[in-house]
Design a protein around this ligand. Structure first.
Ligand SMILES: *Cc1c(COP(=O)(O)O)cnc(C)c1O
Length: 403
């Protein structure tokens, strides 16, 4: 594959491995094992002296095609696919850390990520400090002599606050040069943010979200330098087994072909919805990284090349009115998932973030009126009409379930 070709071209062709049949569409290799012509060939593959697959927990042709295409998308030397976003995060962090090490992470994290950092890693002797991710001084103050990883997502779920990735990488350089900066890039997508270019060492994805883009398969990916991945990650992936299913890899591989088209369309619609919501008097505030009134608009312009397919907005009437808005929607579906072709709305305080103490929720900016919207591929005018009629109904005392 030519490195000169533009991203859109590479996402259609990169990593393709045609079988002897010359199929146009990439093949799905639903196989666990691989057959060797001779005992010597088996021995050579196991010794790492001959190219080739040995077992699908180690590698599989369809999964390898997905990994190559993902590496092209991210501009990374190497990619490893995993069964889910959470297995990608867990494998990356356990490969980077051991007992006695320390990790600094933003407090505003996807629920599973926060559990891994705050509860799971400490069970194995890793010390964790959670900081206000928007405050670079807090990142710096948390560094210790044994700090070996920095972990963040930006924009964060669900309040779309940003972390200055280059700023954290600068703190790593100055204070903990051996530590790895690990960025969960799900909310930004590779189209609008390139953490590796901002100084990060590893990027992790839940491929379940925008990469699939149609709400079907779970998947994850870890991207970074080939040497680090070969020396530190491969053994953990092989021996602990969070392998991606070849079926899921095939779905996700084909989805990468349309990723730029989908993300551009969804981002354009999200920006229009954010502007429309900002004019409605039932809405207290709209949070969207592409708007000038985002609290970190300057950072958004510096580190992102586009807005987001997600937006958050707070309903003036709190939880009850937020529920009334949710229940009055006709087109937009209620779901905690995101990155789907279908627009999905969730009330974080009672779903994805219900396990946080109320003070911890408020510290993250998750008030009882906050709604998070993942914008899909529907017509923008249809979505605006649906939101407007739901907000109007809620204002005039819409329905709560059971009423
Ligand atoms: C969904 C998500 C994950 C977890 O991914 P799964 O595929 O559900 O395991 C991690 N981080 C972020 C930001 C996510 O949105």
């Amino acid at each position: 594959m030519s490195d000169d070709w533009a991203l859109a071209t590479r996402l259609v062709h990169e990593g393709g491995m045609r079988s002897q049949f010359g199929e146009t569409s990439e093949a799905m290799f639903l196989t666990q094992g691989f057959v060797y012509k001779t005992a010597e060939e088996a021995a050579a593959r196991f010794a790492g002296e001959a190219e080739g697959f040995v077992y699908s927990r180690y590698g599989n042709p369809t999964v390898a095609m997905f990994e190559s295409r993902m590496a092209a998308l991210e501009g990374a030397e190497a990619c490893r696919a995993t069964s889910s976003g959470m297995s990608a995060v867990t494998a990356a962090l356990t490969a980077a850390l051991k007992a006695g090490d320390h990790i600094v992470a933003a407090a505003a994290l996807f629920g599973g990520c926060r559990y891994v950092v705050e509860t799971y890693l400490p069970r194995f002797g890793v010390e964790a400090t959670l900081v206000d991710g928007t405050d670079l001084a807090a990142w710096e103050a948390a560094v210790k002599p044994n700090t070996k990883a920095f972990f963040m997502e930006s924009p964060t779920n669900p309040t779309l606050a940003l972390v200055d990735i280059a700023g954290v990488a600068g703190i790593r350089d100055a204070r903990a040069p051996e530590a790895l900066v690990v960025v969960d890039n799900v909310f930004a997508t590779a189209l609008w943010q390139s953490p590796l270019k901002l100084g990060a060492d590893l990027v992790v994805y839940s491929a379940t979200k925008h990469i699939d883009g149609q709400g079907r398969c779970l998947g994850g990916a870890i991207l970074g330098r080939e040497e680090w991945i070969k020396d530190n990650l491969d053994i953990i992936l092989r021996q602990t087994g969070p392998a991606m299913s070849p079926f899921n890899a095939w779905v996700l591989l084909k989805s990468l072909e349309t990723l730029p088209l989908r993300i551009r369309a969804q981002t354009e619609t999200a920006a229009r919805l954010a502007d429309a919501l900002a004019t409605h008097d039932a809405v207290k505030r709209v949070i969207y990284p592409g708007r000038d009134d985002h609290p970190q608009a300057e950072l958004a312009r510096r580190q992102m090349t586009g807005g987001s397919t997600l937006l958050a907005f707070s309903i003036a009437g709190g939880r009850e009115e937020a529920f009334r808005v949710s229940n009055a929607l006709r087109l937009i579906k209620l779901s905690n998932n995101l990155g789907d072709a279908k627009s999905l709305l969730t009330h974080p305080a009672t779903t994805t973030h219900k396990n946080l103490a109320p003070e911890a929720r408020l510290a993250l900016g998750i008030d009882d009126g906050l709604l998070r919207l993942s914008v899909g591929l529907e017509d923008a005018d249809d979505l605006i009409a649906d939101l407007t009629q739901a907000l109007d109904q809620a204002r005039s005392g819409g329905r709560l379930a059971g009423e």
